[in-house]
Design a protein around this ligand. Structure first.
Ligand code: NAI
Ligand code: MG
Length: 359
């Protein structure tokens, strides 16, 4: 079976790490009987260099007509790169916002997983992490406070700023459905996070999530207030499977959760819409400080590719195999510089890709 994948190598370390993810996908395809048909798409700085703008209609159409997009990271060093002398709407990041909007990618998925082998980097106490943690944060990405009406006025000589937080039940329902679907592929638990003791938007959120839960009797649901969730993430992270939450809470909680893993080069992410389509990319940026040196950690991108296999292509077995390959290679003591520790073997980007692809 052939799968049509749009590939955005991106800027900085992007092309280096995406090449390794493609290597791993191709190896998995040989084993599990599928083939990837890649179409290269320019976005961000790479697109500015060729087309004078960070995204083109053609790029969006190529992405739209694919089953999924695999992306490196985009952007450069804001202090030195000529891309940042352009007006904001022509800078690299504008391309990313434009593709998210054009493809209606409303659900942002960020897993936070603690690798046994990398436990030493986890900032939490051993007695807290216990048997580890493996959670998936699902953040609503296109509604709420960041997209509400905003204004700053002066009333009676006093400056006053207003931001509005709006959700309608359709927006809540579609992401809740996504979260329950994903919980079904995991440990069948959804924790919905809100501030229902104060906010009307959270009370509606809670009510709609309850309604959706009725269609998933095999998935357990609990509700947690956001302030408590912020505490629980460092107190007992092992209790979470899928965390479902709105835009701003998810922004903050997903950064918190990723930091308790202690390894930026390892964190994958996905942005999904109502269909099977998704955009898969590492959580980190384009790391211009190490670009071209062959030392970037490709694992976040490889794990993003595994998410693509699982969520857009329904190739769960191959996704498991890629994730297990990462664990094996870490277990054998291979490390890129960002996760290097004593007694381990340091390898570069390509070698890390080769090692993972070989399983
Ligand atoms: P960054 O994540 O690129 O780098 C932060 C630090 O982590 C750097 O020291 C870098 O060398 C290191 N690092 C990141 N990924 C790594 C990897 N795979 N292996 C080893 N080390 C790694 O964040 P920064 O420096 O704030 O941003 C750099 C550029 O990336 C900016 O232009 C920013 O706008 C862009 N960016 C793009 C994102 C995207 O494409 N979605 C997300 C975040 C930032
Ligand atoms: Mg953030």
């Amino acid at each position: 079976m052939n799968h049509k994948i749009a590939v955005i190598p991106g800027d900085g370390i992007g092309p280096e790490i995406v090449a390794e993810a493609q290597k791993v996908l191709d190896a998995a395809g040989k084993k599990y009987g599928f083939e990837m048909e890649y179409t290269k798409v320019l976005l961000g700085g790479a697109s500015i260099d060729v087309h004078g703008k960070p995204i083109t209609d053609e790029a969006i159409e190529t992405a739209r007509s694919s089953e999924a997009v695999l992306m490196g990271s985009i952007g450069g060093d804001a202090a030195t790169s000529p891309w940042y002398k352009l007006e904001p709407s022509l800078r690299p990041e504008a391309g990313l916002l434009a593709i998210r909007k054009a493809l209606n990618l409303f659900a942002n998925l960020r897993p936070a997983y603690l690798y046994e082998e990398l436990k030493a980097a986890c900032p939490l106490r051993d007695d807290i992490i216990g048997s580890g943690f493996d959670m998936m944060i699902m953040r609503e990405l296109t509604g709420g406070l960041y997209f509400g009406e905003r204004k700053t006025v002066v009333e009676d000589g006093v400056r006053k700023a207003v931001d509005t937080l709006t959700y309608d039940e359709k927006e809540i329902r579609r992401i809740a459905v996504r979260a329950f679907d994903i919980a079904r592929k995991r440990r069948h638990l959804v924790t919905s996070v809100d501030k229902a003791n104060v906010l009307d938007s959270s009370r509606l959120w809670r009510a709609v999530v309850e309604e959706v839960a009725k269609d998933y009797p095999d998935v357990a649901l609990n509700h947690m207030l956001v302030d408590n969730c912020a505490m629980q993430l460092v107190k007992d992270p092992g209790q979470f499977d899928v965390i479902l939450t709105e835009n701003m809470f998810g922004d903050i909680l997903s950064d918190e959760a990723s930091m308790v893993t202690g390894s930026i080069g390892m964190l994958s992410s996905a942005s999904l819409n109502e269909t099977k389509f998704g955009l898969y990319e590492p959580s980190h940026g384009s790391a211009p400080d190490i670009a071209g040196k062959g030392i970037a950690n490709p694992i976040a991108t490889i794990l993003s590719a595994a998410m693509m296999l699982r969520y857009s292509l329904d190739l769960d077995e191959a996704a498991d195999a890629v994730e297990n390959a990462v664990k094996k290679v870490l277990g054998e003591g291979y490390r890129t510089t960002d996760i290097m520790s004593e007694g381990c073997t340091q390898v570069g980007t390509q070698k890390m890709g080769d090692l993972i692809a070989q399983y």
